[in-house]
Unconditional design. Sequence first.
Length: 208
Amino acid sequence: MENNTVFVLLAGGKSERMGVPKGLLDFQNSYWILEQINRISASTISEIYIGLGYRHEEYLKTIPWFAKAQSHFAPYENVKLRIVVNQNPQLGPFSTLQTVLQEIPKHKSVLFNPIDIPILNTNELQKIIDTQNEIVLPNFEGKNGHPIKLQSEFWNTLLFLNPTDKNSRLDLEIKKVYPSKITTISVSDSCIVTNLNTPDLWASYLQR
């Protein structure tokens, strides 16, 4: 049966504290963004959308085939990849998510993750993909994290929010949903609540 879920990897931030775009950090003779894609591709996901914003030129220059993937899906490993550039990232991080969602077929479910949160292990990632509900959240020791799965009926409503409104936040929208439409999955992988947004945190992660 066709997998109806696509993955959205958000890499549109300024990376001010890190100093370089987080997706372009060196990781085992490659780049962190490619490592994240590799981890996603180990699941049954077949389509990945990359949301860029600030410093997108650096991504396109460093990984040249990303430029071609702006106009159509490009094959990589065993997935198809699309690059979507938010031309107005100053509107806020929510605007990058909205920009990507506008490119996704309206009937698809989406699973999204920020670039600075490592993709969790394949088995638990697949469990999230396979779970059917309006919203699916991974939880590690009482803390919800990423990736978050959103069914089409929910994420389509996000397109109508004003990205400059301080209340346009995914967590606030989720709180409006009936609890029965939210599934929380306990996972053993602490990376779902790991935020690699400083050089010290990145160095610590590499030493694990």
